[in-house]
Write a protein that binds this ligand. Structure first.
Ligand code: GNR
Ligand code: NI
Length: 177
């Protein structure tokens, strides 16, 4: 396994539409393994191909709490089959928008069909954090970031700050005492 680099916005590689995989074969499984390692190390609860510079429609997630056993889910070629009319608002973050958080309104429940790690077609109906995370990751496969669901003003404030931080280069996490 290998840890991959997570791309920080603004970056054109986060704006692409990712391409479906023909099947979940050993090469796709290697990508899934590397993405899981990267996600756990970050740490994050989800990660999509474009965030690590890979244009395949692949995502991984694990919404288990720290005190629970890990429960990774590997997803290729997800299709949203149904969304609830009911919506919910959750605070979202993104590894590609570090240190920025905002409330995003999305359908509360979704039904998704996908290929799993074994290349089996599966369907799940998700609610709560799983529904939020799945929609956030599927958005990444279509070049959409959570800030694209905010007002232009809020989006530009966050993107301007990230652009400025990039210009300054990596900053120490904390000032030395
Ligand atoms: O780690 C993550 N946390 C998170 C919190 C609320 C809603 C969505 C997420 S996904 C994010 C990791 C990430 O950027 N995935 O693309
Ligand atoms: Ni994200």
């Amino acid at each position: 396994m290998a840890k991959l680099c997570v791309i920080i916005a603004p970056d054109p590689r986060l704006k692409i539409t990712a391409r479906p995989v023909a099947a979940v074969d050993d090469a796709v499984r290697r990508l899934m393994d590397d993405m899981l390692e990267t996600m756990y190390a970050a740490p994050g609860i989800g990660l999509a191909g474009p965030q690590v510079g890979d244009a395949r429609r692949v995502l991984v997630l694990d919404i288990a709490h720290r005190d629970e056993a890990p429960s990774p889910l590997c997803v290729a070629n997800p299709e949203i089959l149904w969304v609830s009319e009911e919506t919910s608002v959750d605070e979202e973050g993104c590894l590609s928008l570090p240190d920025h958080y905002a409330e995003v309104e999305r359908p509360a429940r979704v039904r998704v069909r996908f290929l799993d790690y074994q290349n089996e077609t599966r369907e799940i109906e998700a609610a709560g954090a799983l529904a939020t995370c799945l929609q956030h990751e599927i958005d990444h496969l279509d070049g959409t970031l959570f800030v694209d669901h905010l007002s232009l003003l809020k989006r530009n404030i966050i993107l301007r700050k990230l652009k400025k931080a990039k210009k300054l280069g990596p900053q120490p996490a904390m000032a030395r005492p």
